[in-house]
Write a protein that binds this ligand. Sequence first.
Ligand code: SF4
Length: 113
Amino acid sequence: MTEWRVSARCLEVDDQVLNFFFSDNETEELTALMICETCSVADECLQYALGTRQTDGVWGMHNPQDRRNLKRQISRRPQHAQRYWDASFDKIRRRIASTVDAEGAERPVFAAI
Ligand code: SF4
């Protein structure tokens, strides 16, 4: 097992919720993204997904389209990779917040670790 995975927040959810990480349903994907938002290894997870060319599912708070966008930006201007990386996370956090506000979705609750 890749070392960072032992701290993965998604290991704390049941199998039904784990399926949300590979769902086409927007509400389920939003739940997966909100779980990632609370995960301490989101950077490592996203690095892994990009490095292993994962085409499906939510990894590191990015869905497949988010990952394609980020990869394209970084490949065009690698000297600004960190800026694009941070901006991508910020953009997704704003998207989650605005969707939660608009739809009144409930954020998953986890016990403090
Ligand atoms: S960032 Fe998301 S998909 Fe990746 S380990 Fe954390 S909870 Fe799981």
